[in-house]
Design a binder for this molecule. Structure first.
Ligand SMILES: Nc1ncnc2c1ncn2[C@@H]1O[C@H](COP(=O)(O)OP(=O)(O)OP(=O)(O)O)[C@@H](O)[C@H]1O
Length: 312
C-alpha cells in the first residue's frame, strides 16, 4: 500500500502540492485528476523520488521512500510518461530490457522476459523486437513504454498521462487493455490524467486535485453521489452524472428474474449505460441478459436501468 501523508511541495513562494494525504490500496488503480498545473505530476513524482517533498512523507508498505536511494527505488517502480520517453536509438527489445540490464539479469532471462511482455501487450516479438521507436505508431510506442515499465516485474506502476498522445479510438482500447493487464498482474497503479472520462473508466478510486489541494479521494460512485466540494461537483458534471453512474454497473449485476424470451440480448458484462442505449435503439421494453456461454441470466427492464441512474 502507498500512503501519502501531508505531502507538500513548494517552489519559492508557490505551493504546488499542498498538504495532500491519501492512500492507494495494493492491487488497485487510483486515478489522479485535475486541471493543468494542479500538481498531479509533482504528486506522482514524489512517490518515486523524482521530486522530494518540502514536507510530509510517502511510505510504500510501511517503508519511508526517503530512506531508499532514488535509483534503487525507481528500479522497483514502473514509470510511464506521455510521449513514452523511449530511447530513440535503441530497438524495442533494448528499450524494454533497460531495467533488467541495470539489474544485471542474465541475457537469456532478459530475452525471455522481453518476448513475454511483447506478447502480453499484443506486439508480435518477431515483427517488433528489432524495430526502432520511430518505426512504430503512437499506440505501439505507448505499449512498448508500458512493457518497459513492467520489465522487472514491479508491483507499482506510475503513469503520467500515458494515453495523452493517442487518438480517441486507440485510447479507449489502450484503457481497456491497461485495466485488464492491471487485474491480471495485480499491480498497484497510480495514473494521472486531466480527462474525467478516463478517470471514470479506469479508477477504482479517483483523487481530485485543484491548485495543489486534494478535494476528494473516493470511488467513482462516491464522487458522483457525494461530491465533497463544489469543485468536485462541477468536475463530475450534472449533465451526464446519470450516465456516469449507469456506466459503473454491469447488466449482470442488475439482472432481474422473469421471462426473457423474444427480447434483444445483451452481454452480462455490458454496462447499464450500454444497455440503455440498446433499449433506446431497439425500441424494446427490456433486454435478455446473457452469460458468457450465451445462456440467458434473466431480464433487464428500462425501469430497472433508470432506477440505477439516480441516487438510491
Ligand atoms: N521544477 C519546478 N520548478 C518550479 N515550478 C514547478 C516545477 N515543477 C512544476 N512546477 C509548477 O508546479 C505546478 C504544478 O505542476 P505539475 O506538473 O505537477 O502540474 P500538472 O497538474 O501535472 O499539470 P499538467 O496537467 O499540465 O501536466 C505548475 O504550476 C508548475 O509550473
Amino acid at each position: 500500500m502507498i500512503v501519502i501523508e501531508g505531502a507538500t511541495k513548494r517552489y519559492g513562494e508557490a505551493t504546488v502540492v499542498d498538504d495532500v494525504s491519501m492512500a492507494v490500496e495494493s492491487g488497485s488503480m487510483t486515478v489522479v485528476v485535475g486541471q493543468s498545473g494542479s500538481g498531479k505530476s509533482t504528486l506522482l513524482r514524489m512517490i518515486n523520488r523524482l521530486v522530494e517533498p518540502s514536507s510530509g512523507r510517502v511510505t510504500i508498505d510501511g517503508v519511508d521512500v526517503s530512506t531508499v536511494p532514488g535509483p534503487q527505488l525507481r528500479r522497483g517502480i514502473g514509470y510511464v510518461i506521455q510521449g513514452h520517453g523511449l530511447f530513440p536509438h535503441r530497438t524495442v527489445a533494448q528499450n524494454i530490457a533497460t531495467v533488467p540490464r541495470l539489474l544485471g539479469w542474465p541475457r537469456d532471462k532478459t530475452r525471455a522476459r522481453v518476448e513475454e511482455l511483447l506478447a502480453l501487450l499484443q506486439l508480435d516479438p518477431k515483427q517488433f523486437a528489432s524495430k526502432y521507436p520511430h518505426e512504430l505508431s503512437g499506440g505501439e510506442q505507448q505499449r512498448v513504454g508500458v512493457a518497459r515499465a513492467l520489465a522487472a516485474g514491479p508491483k507499482i506502476l506510475l503513469m503520467d498521462e500515458p494515453f495523452g498522445a493517442l487518438d480517441p479510438i486507440i485510447r479507449l482500447k489502450a484503457q481497456d487493455d491497461l485495466k485488464a493487464l492491471q487485474r491480471r498482474l495485480g499491480a498497484t497503479v497510480l495514473l494521472v490524467t486531466h480527462d474525467m472520462d478516463e478517470a471514470f473508466r479506469l479508477g477504482d478510486r479517483i483523487a481530485v486535485l485543484n491548485e495543489g489541494r486534494l478535494q476528494q479521494c473516493g470511488t467513482p460512485a462516491e464522487l458522483l453521489l457525494r461530491p465533497a466540494t463544489p469543485y468536485v461537483q462541477q468536475l463530475v458534471g450534472s449533465s451526464d452524472r446519470s450516465y456516469r453512474l449507469l456506466a459503473l454497473t454491469t447488466a449482470a449485476e442488475a439482472v432481474e428474474a422473469g421471462p426473457a424470451e423474444g427480447l434483444p440480448g445483451i452481454d452480462g458484462g455490458a454496462t447499464l449505460r450500454e444497455a440503455l442505449a440498446e433499449i433506446v435503439w431497439r425500441d424494446a421494453p427490456a433486454l435478455a441478459v446473457l452469460a458468457e456461454d450465451g445462456k440467458p441470466l434473466g431480464r433487464l427492464s428500462l425501469q430497472a436501468i433508470l432506477a440505477r441512474g439516480r441516487p438510491q
